[in-house]
Design a protein around this ligand. Structure first.
Ligand code: ARG
Length: 611
């Protein structure tokens, strides 16, 4: 089966707002939507009943200042503009706001509303409702706090995707960390996620490698064993040098690719050996980082390439140009080359075949690709070509995103290199992060046993690397600095792991069983610090929703960092153990800890209880 001709064009990369509200509800009985989602739906119905027939998306946000309330609905001003000139339209935005407020359905969420400025509607949440919400977190579990709208969606996340026989570099590390976080978040929200490792395991480099192996070894290819590809970097470099220097070798290498792709058995054998060796290397990194991936490399799509390209040509989407088959775009200078002039298929051909396969065989309704921003144009062209070729199924709304990210730079702001000037090997990078943590932990806990030390070191070292990556706006380049990422005071995993362990220590010190307590005592919110903490805790679902809306994990890291700040203020001013409010405040501590752990889990960081 190959791509088929389809008529309708679909817009790509659009948000599925209408689906996010409606379609997923059947399979997600346990989730309840974030506070913002619930308020949005209340204001949505208020606006629909106050101004029937007017299209409007509810715009609800947290207030900047608690003295105005907890949340705000900001629709009145824009709505006023829309209504202007219509019969019976309100005379000013404030009147629009008043009409919305009087149409608000009764709800246990809202304690009161007030108007401010030209037409802002401020909302104070009911403290009892908020307390009950937090209680629910403790009695029902954090799964019940996943934002609504994602359950049951079939999502392909294409990430990590290093290239066989080449170095898995920091760029792939970024893709791995970002992709894992996005996949974890989608899984938490009940999506059906396919984590794909689209490794570069097919292409011209194999001709060069195989030819080099065949010529270098006295007994030819058959004589080689697993050992011969043990150090792929060395093999790759040597073969590449020969390839660049020796024209005749270059030609033989090209022939070797053709033979490999044609299925010559001993070549396939060698290819498999090379892939196996790379796979073992990649797996070491994934194991350390706790990342799960399903390998489906470029070679998987090989049998589909010809059909894919033929169909594109038949549809007139691809045309012949200087012997190659290309898709041209009116607003771009470069075409997408789906078949090279020598008849070979490349990266783009594979991505076209993969796009079709994911949409029609995997039934994806959301596909996410995670690579450096340098590939943004490539993906924009692939998506547009897919749209033109009618790949997108008519019966489903599909969202497709390329999640680009910037470069990782060294501390000097230049290309990230090791001290010896070579590219940094990821294993060494992770080792160094770990080693640096080891001493700190031992210093603080001289009695720690080896096993616990090792676990804490991994959690902290790998956690620090992941967090430092995730907390940046993914599009900007970031400086890789061990000192910064391991700083105990700043916005780092180390600081947050300590913050969590401190809360765990408070709970231990109380000697109470907080799980029992959650079922026997109730949370009461009186002090403004308690309220502020409760609101911040409840905002978790919004942070998750924000992360998925722009596929930016930094939305969650900044939420987590803020949470620890709000907790600190609460803890500095509100006595917990030994106070009259001990039960309720212990439950607030526990709710904070539960949410921190859930954030860690979505970020791929292992929580520590004692450090
Ligand atoms: N192997 C590619 C690289 O290292 C990344 C592949 C991304 N996925 C894709 N479907 N093109 O740049």
């Amino acid at each position: 089966m190959g791509p088929r001709r389809m008529d309708a064009a679909f817009s790509l990369g659009h948000r599925f707002a209408h689906l996010a509200r409606g379609c997923a509800s059947s399979s997600m009985a346990q989730t309840q939507g974030s506070v913002r989602q619930e308020l949005s739906s209340l204001f949505g119905s208020a606006m629909a009943s106050a101004f029937p027939g007017v299209e409007v998306t509810p715009y609800v946000a947290q207030t900047n200042d608690a003295k105005f309330g907890d949340y705000q609905c900001n629709n009145a001003m824009a709505l006023f503009g829309k209504l202007k000139g219509k019969e019976g339209a309100p005379k000013n935005p404030r009147l629009v706001a008043e009409a919305i407020v009087s149409a608000l359905p009764a709800s246990p969420l809202i304690a009161s509303t007030s108007l401010a400025g030209p037409g802002f509607i401020n909302v104070v949440l009911s403290r009892d409702w908020l307390a009950a919400r937090l209680q629910g977190l403790l009695t029902e579990g954090v799964a019940s706090w996943a934002p609504a709208g994602y359950a049951g969606r079939r999502v392909v996340v294409d990430f990590s995707s290093p290239n066989v026989a080449k170095e898995m570099h920091v760029g792939h590390l970024r893709s791995t960390i970002l992709g894992d976080c996005i996949a974890r978040t989608l899984e938490y929200c009940g999506a059906d996620v396919l984590r794909l490792n689209h490794i570069g395991d097919w292409g011209t480099q194999f001709g060069m490698l195989i030819q080099y192996m065949a010529e270098k070894r006295p007994g030819g290819l058959q004589a080689s064993t697993e050992e011969d590809v043990a150090d792929l970097q060395v093999l790759y470099r040597a073969a590449k040098q020969r390839f660049d220097e020796d024209e005749a070798f270059k030609t033989r290498s090209r022939e070797a690719v053709t033979e490999l792709q044609g299925g010559r058995e001993e070549y396939l054998e060698a290819w498999r050996r090379i892939c196996d060796a790379s796979r073992r290397e990649f797996q070491k990194i994934y194991d350390r980082l706790g990342v799960r991936l399903q390998e489906r490399g470029e070679s998987f799509y090989n049998p589909r390439l010809r059909e894919t390209v033929d169909a594109l040509v038949e549809q007139g989407v691809a045309v012949e140009s200087e012997g190659a088959k290309c898709v041209f775009f009116p607003k771009r200078d470069v075409p997408l080359i789906v078949q090279k002039s020598d008849g070979g298929f490349g990266y783009a051909s594979t991505d076209m075949a993969a796009l079709w396969q994911r949409l029609h065989e995997e039934n994806a309704d959301w596909i996410i690709y995670i690579t450096d921003v340098g590939q943004a144009n490539h993906f924009a062209m692939v998506f547009e070509a897919g749209e033109r070729a009618g790949y997108l199924p008519k019966d489903r709304t599909v969202r497709i995103d390329h999640v680009g990210f910037g470069l990782v730079m060294g501390e000097d702001g230049k290309k990230f290199k090791s001290r010896s000037g070579d590219t940094v090997r990821l294993v060494e990078l992770l080792d160094e992060a770990k080693d640096r943590c080891r001493a700190t932990i031992r210093e603080r806990r001289p009695d720690i046993d080896e096993e616990e030390l090792e676990a804490a070191t991994c959690a902290m070292g790998y956690g620090a690397v992941k967090y430092a990556d995730l907390k940046n706006n993914r599009l900007t380049n970031y400086r890789f600095s061990y000192d910064e990422m391991l700083n105990m005071q700043g916005d780092t995993a180390v600081y947050l792991l300590y913050a969590h362990a401190r809360i765990a220590a408070i709970i231990r010190k109380s000697g109470r069983d907080v799980v029992d307590l959650a079922n026997s005592a109730s949370i009461a919110l009186a002090d403004p610090r308690e309220v502020a903490l409760a609101i911040q805790i409840a905002r978790f679902s919004e942070a998750v929703d924000d992360l998925l809306a722009d596929l930016s994990p930094n939305r969650l890291t900044s939420y987590l960092y803020d949470l620890s700040g709000v907790f600190n203020q609460f803890y500095t001013e509100c006595q917990v153990i030994g106070s009259d409010h001990e039960d309720s405040r212990l439950l607030l501590c526990e709710a904070t800890a539960v949410i921190m752990r859930q954030c860690f889990s979505l970020l791929g960081i292992t929580a520590l209880y004692r450090i």
